[in-house]
Design a protein around this ligand. Structure first.
Ligand code: 5GP
Length: 114
């Protein structure tokens, strides 16, 4: 199986601005930021998307959200607020088939999203 784009970033085969990593997840700045702070947090395990996650992934999914909150706090977003986004499939605009959660903040975000 070839590596996903995000596996290559985690392996330092593709450069990225990594801001956090541990045994479960890695977080790095999005290459095309949609807000003053736009970070992607990804599980090391290359689950393609949340629809493909199974019961065996329960701990990984929990880590993803808990660490997203920790990274958002590290980025100074705890009090101002932030948005977590997981795109799943074509209608959501999913472009990279390796589960990832967007952390968006640093400006007032619109609702509903486009
Ligand atoms: P999706 O649309 O799949 O939810 O989000 C994929 C995200 O990955 C996009 O926001 C896109 O800008 C980001 N992205 C795509 N290629 C790269 C890359 O090579 N490096 C980084 N840091 N982000 C990328």
């Amino acid at each position: 199986m070839s590596k996903t784009l995000f596996e290559k970033i985690i392996a330092r085969e593709i450069p990225a601005a990594l801001i956090y990593e541990d045994e479960h997840v890695a977080a790095f700045r999005d290459i095309n930021p949609q807000a003053p702070i736009h970070v992607l947090i990804v599980p090391r395990k290359p689950i393609p998307r949340v629809a493909q996650a199974g019961p065996e992934d329960q701990a990984v999914l929990g880590q993803l959200l808990l660490k997203a909150a920790a990274v958002a706090e590290k980025l100074g977003l705890k009090d101002s607020g932030y948005r977590l986004v997981i795109n799943n499939g074509p209608d959501a605009g999913e472009a990279v088939p390796h589960l990832h959660c967007h952390i968006l903040g640093g400006r007032k975000l619109q609702w509903p999203p486009g």
